[in-house]
Write a protein that binds this ligand. Structure first.
Ligand SMILES: NC(=O)c1ccc[n+]([C@@H]2O[C@H](COP(=O)([O-])OP(=O)(O)OC[C@H]3O[C@@H](n4cnc5c(N)ncnc54)[C@H](OP(=O)(O)O)[C@@H]3O)[C@@H](O)[C@H]2O)c1
Length: 308
């Protein structure tokens, strides 16, 4: 038996509970992974709240959150050639990773497992998929080219920090990122010019604009207004926060590209890249970790540690 954190009805982070579940067995085309680090994302508490049940339906009772994790392959099922016992892998995609062990589809087409590059620790690898995958798709969506100027709303968040760093790898010109004053040092350290969000945002940003493209990782009328004013053409703007008002003003919601994690790792190669992990919780205390993420002002990524 091993531990999984489950929930039986939609609600607040407090409805999560640790449960003893049977150890999974690798079926044909699957491997069993023992997780050593699990990433926490806003989507976890959004799914838990029931707000996105139309797009991400959960089977209840016994639902399990968690869309990214890293660990070691401990069993390989029939027909699997891509992975061997002892490989370190990154798991990404559908919810279900808030657990110690999981049986995961191993094929490339399933796009749920990627070999972990040696340069990343399991902890670093566990927080890559959502942040860098989303950042990669967003940068491709707005077609950012070398020397171009980029506006990033929410640059101090997990996705925003990845957008800034990948934009630099793509040869962007100046990247301007909005963040709270407390996070300006962080935004500057990854290579962007920080600008405080809040009243008067559009005017403050206009001093740095216009921009060739914008990626909104924060959402809301202030960010939308600034992007519409300072970036010409809907094709060069995208948001990752669902908002019909933004869509109506020419800022479409991001559509993810297939195999985005693998593509991003290719793009990164051995270039410097880091997402700061600023909080760690034992797996059993996943509810506290989700509450932390929901409160905001995290300044990096949160991970769950099985057996921690
Ligand atoms: N559509 C998709 O595929 C997709 C994928 C990933 C994430 N998302 C969504 O995108 C959002 C960001 O995700 P994340 O993982 O980066 O979250 P996160 O790590 O919690 O970061 C959120 C960031 O937003 C910033 N922020 C808050 N209010 C702001 C404002 N008014 N203007 C500018 N920035 C503001 C915060 O900055 P300070 O800390 O400096 O206050 C924080 O750094 C979440 O809503 C998430 O659900 C969507």
């Amino acid at each position: 038996m091993s531990t999984a954190v489950l929930f039986d009805q939609y609600g607040e982070p407090g409805v999560l509970y640790p449960a003893e579940v049977p150890d999974p067995v690798a079926g044909p085309g699957q491997v069993v992974v023992r997780y050593t680090a699990i990433g926490v994302n806003p989507v976890d508490w959004k799914i838990l709240s029931g707000a996105v049940r139309e797009y991400v339906p959960m089977e209840l009772p016994g639902g399990c959150l968690g869309v990214e994790a890293a660990g070691e392959v401990v069993e390989v099922g029939a027909g699997v050639r891509r992975f061997r016992v002892g490989d370190h892998v990154i798991r990404h995609g559908r919810p279900g990773a808030f657990r110690e062990y999981e049986a995961v589809a191993a094929s490339q087409e399933a796009d749920e497992l990627t070999l972990r590059p040696d340069r990343f620790s399991d902890e670093q690898a566990a927080v890559l998929p959502v942040a860098v995958g989303t950042a990669y798709s967003a940068l491709r969506r707005v077609g950012l080219g070398p020397g171009e100027r980029l506006l990033v709303h929410g640059a101090s968040g997990g996705v925003g920090l990845a957008v800034v760093q990948l934009a630099r790898l793509l040869g962007a010109g100046e990247v301007v990122g909005t963040a709270s004053a407390a996070r300006h040092g962080l935004v500057r350290a990854v290579g962007a010019t920080p600008v405080a969000y809040g009243e008067g945002l559009s005017e403050r940003l206009a001093e740095h604009g216009p921009f060739h493209a914008s990626i909104d990782c924060a959402g809301g009328p202030e960010s939308t207004g600034a992007a519409v004013r300072l970036v010409a053409g809907a094709a060069r703007r995208v948001t990752i926060v669902p908002d019909p008002a933004a869509g109506a003003r020419g800022i479409p919601l991001l559509e993810h590209l297939p195999l985005e994690l693998a593509s991003t790792l290719d793009l990164m190669g051995t270039a410097p890249f880091e997402l700061p992990v600023v909080a760690r919780y034992p797996l059993e205390r996943a509810g506290e970790a989700l509450a932390h993420s929901r409160r905001g002002g995290v300044g990096g990524k949160i991970v769950l540690v099985p057996g921690g």
